[in-house]
Design a protein around this ligand. Sequence first.
Ligand code: INI
Length: 175
Amino acid sequence: MPTVTHQGRLNAEGFRFAIIASRWNDFITGRLVEGALDGLDRLGAAEDDVELYKVPGSFEIPLLALKVAESRKFDAVICVGTVIRGQTPHFEYIAGEVTKGIAQAGMQTGVPVIYGIVTADTLEQAIDRAGAKQGNKGFEAAMTAVELVNLYQEVFKKDEGKRTRGRGVAETRRK
Ligand code: INI
């Protein structure tokens, strides 16, 4: 049992977020964007602190995610897109590159870059993961982003002096 536990709270106030969304399968990805916006709004993000970037397909997401993260304008970058196996023979290539690229953007910049990509075998499965039966992956990605920005602020930034807009909100529990 650890004596100290660090975990981020779910408070988006004072943090800035970028959402990167692909237009491919827009009727599904659009719901992921709505889910992400709803999540950020519910957790207290200000409208002016959220910016949406659109790219043609999911394959284009990683490079933009990297550049947006490198700009240091945002505390976290949320990526949403939809790749469906039935629609393309190169599903594995696209899904693999997007997954790898999103991870790389985070590792290379130190900015949390969140994976909100639906990879599904069928259209029906994709719809289920965009708000129908299995939650909304965009909403979940927003929750993850908010938790992480709070965690990183608490653990790594508190000695740098508090940000004027942000708050030190991660919880440290001693047992
Ligand atoms: N892009 C997607 O986001 N989802 C898909 O299912 C998809 N399929 O099926 O091909 C897709 N292809 C486009 C790709 O992401 C690039 O935009 C394109 O190859 C140009 O680089």
